[in-house]
Design a protein around this ligand. Structure first.
Ligand code: PLP
Length: 502
């Protein structure tokens, strides 16, 4: 039991506000569990985004005294759940936020209860082993070879940043960690990274954080399918070399955040091999689609990457947060991150690695546990089926859009992102058509029909965008969304006409 008698002036805090007996664990967790299971089922009774007024009340001041646990837990039902966005809802198709698998949610709970610090083998031997095993399973899923090592991080952004740090250190002929970007004599050439115009902004952020500056990231033009143009890449690398810069890394995106385009990864790989460049794949969204039968075949080159960023919290349906960096030459992780701080090492016999030496994090959560549980629950085949299901649904949605006269498919569909536009008959300015797309997204949410998001097309036009990383979504959901987008688009255009005439 908690020691609440440490000082004469100690506030009268009830013991159960600090520590619980087994029956209190049972009682309060059961209560929380009821809230969670209600919030994770009965989808027809709720909308993907909160539609009420619950979201922004005035912010309260911090209480001086502790409140009874029952009262605090009641706030979950009264204040937290009604204001939540339900990204597990079958009609949640916004951004790239997966529905979480229930077994993963349980893993998150257990991980926080066990509170393992996966920094050191000595203080988290079992958790370290599970992280290593999970990373090896993920390596096998994406087809990278033995010798590949990885690290769990918070998400795709961090996974890419970690990979860029390793690539920078591997590709510069001087000791980057000791001398930094300017090199030992202060005259090192500027480094260059190549990523398509459609690549995620995390690569620019990596360049900023690593001290290269954003201008070090060369934006390579894309083709009409939003895929990186290798001919343009080759010209840019040659021009940079002529100008005295040092090209180090090419990023191939396996599923862009906008339209889900998969870059020509085999051609990028071959170019990198010829030019001695680091081949990084940003597979935050699409890496695990490599498991699916109807995947774009260029995903088969993922196994050849020097580094891969992938996101279990996207297409492995893990609860947030879970990102992974895999490095083909696994020893490079320690070369980039190990510090061997003396206070962390003791004479205790060591039977495994200290994962902090492979990571920019010191205290590290037990992120692998939920993924380890999910991988066992679904297995390779189960994941292949779930992801294939998402791809087929996206194909179905794209064909529905094509068949609807007042809708048009706005981009090639490579994975499970579908982009479309509402184009009612008549002559409309680009501006009013763009405004209509925004308004349709808004109305779908406000009317509780669906949560989708937008993509900006190459010509600057706005489009509707649905991303299916959701094992609950059905064909009927997509049919309802497509027809609602068409009907709302017509309705809004009608209002515009009336406004223009009056
Ligand atoms: C291609 C790509 N890279 C990186 C990220 C960043 O991932 P996260 O949001 O998990 O940090 C995303 C997010 O959507 C993405 O689509």
């Amino acid at each position: 039991m908690a020691n609440l008698e440490r000082g004469a002036t100690a506030p009268p805090l009830p013991t159960e506000n600090v520590d619980w007996t087994p029956s209190q664990w049972e009682r309060y967790v059961t209560k929380a569990l009821t809230s969670v299971s209600n919030a994770s089922t009965a989808w027809n009774d709720r909308t993907p985004l909160p539609t009420g007024e619950h979201v922004l009340g005035p912010l309260r001041s911090l209480p001086d005294e502790g409140a009874p646990i029952d009262e605090i837990l009641a706030r979950i039902d009264d204040e937290v759940i009604p204001a939540a966005a339900f990204n597990g809802h079958p009609r949640w198709l916004a951004y790239i936020t997966a529905a979480p698998l229930p077994i993963g949610v349980v893993g998150e709970f257990i991980a926080s209860a066990l509170n393992q610090n996966t920094a050191l083998w000595r203080i988290a031997p079992g958790a370290t082993r599970i992280e290593l095993e999970t990373l090896a399973w993920i390596r096998d899923l994406v087809g990278m070879p033995e010798g590949t090592e990885g690290t769990f991080v918070s998400g795709g952004q961090m996974a890419n940043i970690v990979a860029h740090a390793v690539a920078r250190d591997a590709q510069t002929p001087w000791d980057q960690r000791e001398f930094g970007l300017r090199g030992p004599d202060g005259a090192a050439p500027p480094l260059r990274i190549y990523a398509s115009d459609e690549a995620h902004y995390c690569h620019a952020q990596a360049a900023e954080l690593l001290g290269l500056g954003r201008s070090a990231v060369r934006r390579v033009p894309v083709d009409q399918h939003y895929r990186l143009r290798v001919d343009a890449l080759a010209q840019m690398v040659a021009a940079d070399r002529t100008a005295g810069a040092l090209p180090i890394t090419v990023v191939g995106t396996a599923g862009t955040v906008g339209t889900g385009a998969v870059d020509p990864l085999p051609a990028i790989r071959d170019f990198c091999r010829r030019e001695a460049l680091w081949f990084h794949i940003d597979g935050a969204y699409g890496a695990f689609a490599a498991l699916a039968e109807s995947r774009p075949t260029s995903l088969d080159a993922i196994g050849d990457a020097d580094s891969l960023a992938c996101d279990p919290h996207k297409w492995l349906y893990a609860p947030i947060d879970a990102g992974v960096t895999l490095i083909r030459d696994g020893r490079r992780l320690e070369r980039s991150f190990a510090f061997h701080a003396s206070y962390l090492h003791s004479a205790v016999s060591q039977r495994g690695p200290d994962l902090l030496e492979r990571s920019p994090e010191n205290t590290r959560p037990f992120r692998a546990l939920k993924v380890w549980l999910m991988l066992q629950a679904c297995g390779r085949r189960g994941y292949a089926q779930l992801i294939e299901g998402d791809l087929r649904l996206a194909a179905h949605m794209a064909s529905l859009i094509k068949q609807t006269p007042t809708l048009e498919l706005a981009a090639t569909r490579d994975l499970s992102i579908v982009c479309w536009r509402v184009v009612p008959p008549g002559r409309w300015t680009a501006e009013s058509l763009n405004a209509i797309q925004d308004a349709v997204i808004d109305e779908l949410a406000k009317r509780g029909i669906a949560s989708i998001s937008n993509a900006r097309l190459a010509n600057g036009d706005q489009s509707l965008r649905a991303c299916i990383v959701n094992f609950r979504t059905t064909a009927a959901d997509l049919e309802a969304i497509v027809s609602a987008s068409e009907a709302i688009g017509r309705e809004l255009m009608g209002m515009l006409v009336v406004a223009a005439e009056s």
